[in-house]
Every structure is written in C-alpha cells, then in structure tokens.
Write a protein that binds this ligand. Sequence first.
Ligand code: ADP
Ligand code: ZN
Length: 206
Amino acid sequence: MDIVTGHTGWIEVVCGPMFSGKSEELIRRLRRAKIARKRVQVFKPVIDSRYSRDEIVSHADSRMPSQIVADANEILRHLDWRTQVVGIDEANFLGSGVVEVAQQLADTGKQVIIAGLDTDYLGRPFAPIPELLAQAESITKTLAICMRCGNPAKHTQRLVQSEDLIVVGATDMYEARCRRCFEPGVPRQEQFQFVLADREKTAMER
Ligand code: ADP
Ligand code: ZN
C-alpha cells in the first residue's frame, strides 16, 4: 500500500510475440494514466536501442519518453518514490530480477505495467515473463498476424540462423507466425534459399 495515498498497487502484464502490439498497448495505458494526472515513469532495457535511446517506440512509430536501465535493480535506483505508475517495456531483457522489483513496486502501492515476449524463438517460455504472469493481477496476451497465412500469430519466427537466445536486430530478422506456420529453429524457406544458392554456386563453378 502507498503510505501517502493509501492506494493498493498491482501488476499488469502485456505479453505476446513481436509485432503483436505490446509496446502500443503499454503506451496506450501509460498515456491514459497521464491523462488521469498520475505520476508516470517508464523504463526500458539498454539492450533495446533499436529505434531510440530515450523513448519506447512501437513498430507503428508510437512513442513515449523512457529511461534506460542496465538491469532491474536500476529501476529502483532511478525511481522517484512519488511515482504512481511504472511502465517497463521489453521486460524479457531485464533478467529474473525484474520479478522481485515488480513485486516490491506493487507492494508499495504502485501500478506496474510490464510488456515483454512470453516465448522465445523456439517457442519456449521466455523467463522471466512466465513468473511475472504468476504474480500479476492482470494479464493481456496480444497476438500478431501470421506473415504466412494471415491467422492470429502467437510465435516470433527467427529468420536468421543463430542459436543465441537473444539476437536483437532489425525487424527483418523476425516475423510473426501462427501455431501452424511456426518453424522452430531455422525456417525452411531460408534453408531452401541456401540450397538454391549452393546449387547456383556449383553451376557457376562447373
Ligand atoms: P510489439 O511491441 O509487440 O513488438 P508494437 O506495438 O511495437 O508490437 O507494434 C505493433 C504494430 O506493428 C501494429 O500496430 C502494426 O502496425 C505493426 N505490424 C507489423 N507487422 C505486424 C504483424 N505481423 N502483425 C500485426 N501487426 C504488425
Ligand atoms: Zn500461419
């Protein structure tokens, strides 16, 4: 509970694959909090500097100023304790510490809104979002549109070959796919292109 306002805090999580509108939804909720004249602070991990260093930005170019943190504890260090609403984007890049931090913030009366990927490029639960879901008062799962068939998509398909859990990069390195079209690991089309390229190479060498 907030000792000044007497308000109870809570945790809201917005999760889903890339391109599903998580950042848009986070920004929408934070804008409404500002309209309600609440004190708002927004954080994002340093790893996500894809578009802007001091703003969260959606794929459709919706923007909101934010503070960059290297890890979850830095959120507590940067926190103005008068803040009523705390937004965190790309929480899956902040490590497991974000669970404890979110709990602490909610326990002290803050409304915590967290956006992040719930599954990784192989479709596995992506820590620490699953644990946050267990602690949250409210959960929203956003879906994208499958780039293969147009159905609702819950997967983030990696289009480049890498075994690393985190490959941050241009949006053309990933696309949204539905359950049916998702290909964990290297997508077939990529392999096909490699095969074609190899064939062309051997043809040229001949
Ligand atoms: P996230 O934070 O989940 O990655 P964003 O909020 O940044 O998503 O972007 C959502 C926006 O991305 C949509 O409103 C739409 O304009 C655009 N977009 C691009 N590709 C897709 C897709 N495959 N499915 C849905 N929206 C897409
Ligand atoms: Zn599909």
